[in-house]
Design a protein around this ligand. Sequence first.
Ligand code: MN
Length: 192
Amino acid sequence: MSKFTVKELPYTNNALAPAMSAETLEFHHDKHYAGYVNKLNELVEGTEFENRPLKEIILHAQGGIFNNAAQAWNHEFFFDQFSATPKAAPEGALAEALLHAFGSVEEFQKKFAAAAVGQFGSGWAWLCKNKDGQLVIDTESNAGNPMTKGLEPILCFDVWEHAYYIDFRNRRPDAMASWWKILDWATIEERF
Ligand code: MN
């Protein structure tokens, strides 16, 4: 039984260029992300995780099942937050929370990009809500997901080389700088 499905992109492959090219999305979505989903379907067959939602698998599984479930969830979350017609800045409660936690939206973006650029090797940078409703930046290596620390993710940057190498080669800071331009703050406000 093939339980988990590859979620379609909410935009066309060439909608986000040049920040994210059609070729990058073709590889990142159609090969890497789809690969995690397919592998997960293989691995969960006949296990206690076969009919459980991704989030529960992330909270309870280890090893290959955790890695592929987390990568499936992380990529859905990542791709969903971009748009060809993004809302350029946060407003309302989210803007206030960013101000409270980081001093300003610009300061948040600086700190978040520094965390993403500074993550050694493959992994993810996250903006999360903690149990007190405050915003915190988290970084995770490999497939890591902050839900395992009791944090609620609201934004993430994928810092695996496969996410940016076609467009930016080794220049991870340039990729991070470009991604802000296609980040849809309306989506982040909804998640918050
Ligand atoms: Mn990726």
